[in-house]
Design a binder for this molecule. Structure first.
Ligand code: ZN
Length: 121
């Protein structure tokens, strides 16, 4: 079951956010969302666009366990999404440990038909 900190705000619900939440709901652990569109540093970027969430990793005792969870989420979401273990994956980042999940920069979700494709009438 997905849980959220009381401070979490979803100000914009996008298809990408629904996809992320659906993925988290189907995982075999209980994710705790620590941030969505809230937070001082989230007034711009994927969080502000309703395309990102952060989840807590304090329940995972070491880096290999955190990487395993990151890999699991990334593999379930597929190539249109970015899943980062912060601060490890961001040089100079001093944030508390968490997994950041967002629609990949420049990606569109849901993806449209391939260029030049036609649809049946
Ligand atoms: Zn984030």
């Amino acid at each position: 079951m997905i849980r959220c900190l009381d401070s979490v705000r979803f100000t914009l619900i996008t298809p990408a956010l629904v996809r992320i939440l659906d993925c988290l709901a189907s995982c075999d652990f209980d994710p705790l969302i620590t941030s969505a569109a809230d937070g001082i540093s989230h007034h711009v970027g994927a969080h502000a666009r309703g395309e990102a969430v952060d989840i807590r990793v304090f329940d995972l005792v070491d880096l290999p366990a955190r990487r395993a969870r990151q890999t699991l989420i990334a593999s379930r979401l597929g190539p249109l999404f970015t899943v980062l273990l912060e601060p490890d994956d961001i040089p100079g980042d001093t944030a508390a440990p968490h997994i950041h999940i967002q629609l990949k920069i420049g990606a569109v979700y849901p993806p449209g038909p391939p260029s030049g494709a036609t649809t049946a009438a």
